[in-house]
Design a protein around this ligand. Sequence first.
Ligand SMILES: Nc1ncnc2c1ncn2[C@@H]1O[C@H](COP(=O)(O)OP(=O)(O)OP(=O)(O)O)[C@@H](O)[C@H]1O
Ligand SMILES: [Mg+2]
Length: 361
Amino acid sequence: MARVSEDEVREALRRVGDPARDGNVVDLGMITGLVVRDGNVMFSIEIEPERAAEMESLRLACEQVVAGLPGALSVTAVLTAEQPPAPQQPPQQPQQPPQIGRHGSAGGGKMDLPGIGAVIAVASGKGGVGKSTVTVNLAVALSRLGLKVGILDADIYGPSMPRMLGISGQPRSDGDKLETMRGHGVSCMSIGFLVDPDQPTIWRGPMVMGALEQLLGDVNWGELDVMLVDMPPGTGDAQLTMAQKVPLKGAIIVSTPQDIALIDARKGLNMFRQTEVPVMGIIENMSYFHCPSCGERAEIFGHGGARETAAELGCDFLGEIPLHISLRETSDAGTPITASDPGSAEAQAFMKIAERVLAEL
Ligand SMILES: Nc1ncnc2c1ncn2[C@@H]1O[C@H](COP(=O)(O)OP(=O)(O)OP(=O)(O)O)[C@@H](O)[C@H]1O
Ligand SMILES: [Mg+2]
């Protein structure tokens, strides 16, 4: 299918009007930083900061009209304002009104993260494929190889790290910075330590960016060889913030062998490719099933799709993780299998991947 062009995107956006003014967002000069690459579309919408709340529906409308174009693989629109960012709120109050900063491609450089060796995003296009499970086990595996490892839980909407690492309680604050929490030899920071889980927060794009920047910048991460970032599913605000603001060494894409999941993994891959974050490789999760009673290996979702996709896309295949009840149980119990049963075949699969990742570093 032909990829969508810049002109087509502009034409589609002309159908979206600014509710407070006469005219459409294109002719009013509100669309800036339009980037179209391989069917992936990103742009900023310039607004006045005080109109942030009402503009969220405009942002969604813009994304929707572009997403409806044939050949548009992913669409990310962010709200930006000309004025410098407002002073940041501490992460304890993410329910504050959105802060608008300039996050377009023209704005601000990458964050400086002294003391952190390599930051690697663990991502996927589709939800529920095992990003968080892979992140936590890969982190423990890398720390078993002697590295100092941290995890940034970038899943603002549904943080998993407190549960998967078995950490509860709130982080201590040392002066103006929060201390990380530790579990199984890994340092971690997650919005899950800071917000009340019974109080769902409605996050808007700019808030996600602010929160992520704070989880990175307002936390005392200490010295780390590797920071793994557990990404939320999809190709939205968090992905864009990470790609634009964080000096990522690379991204690891997690996929199940199902075709549909692979198509989405390609989306995730494109998202990082177009922002010039190298894709370090693909991991196939739930790759096959080893029946615990008969010992037979069953390839429930078809097997090897991720390896083929990696070859097709010219990136490394990092390894495969079996579908195993012990992985789900240990994830839920906060005792990652790489820590609780390091000799098991499942843990060994993660150790092999960790060795490959270490070699790439
Ligand atoms: N290889 C596996 N074998 C068995 N269960 C698994 C495996 N990988 C993940 N799971 C289970 O599948 C569920 C989803 O996994 P996980 O939360 O890691 O996915 P995710 O991609 O991070 O999801 P989300 O997109 O919601 O963040 C969890 O209950 C997890 O324990
Ligand atoms: Mg997750």
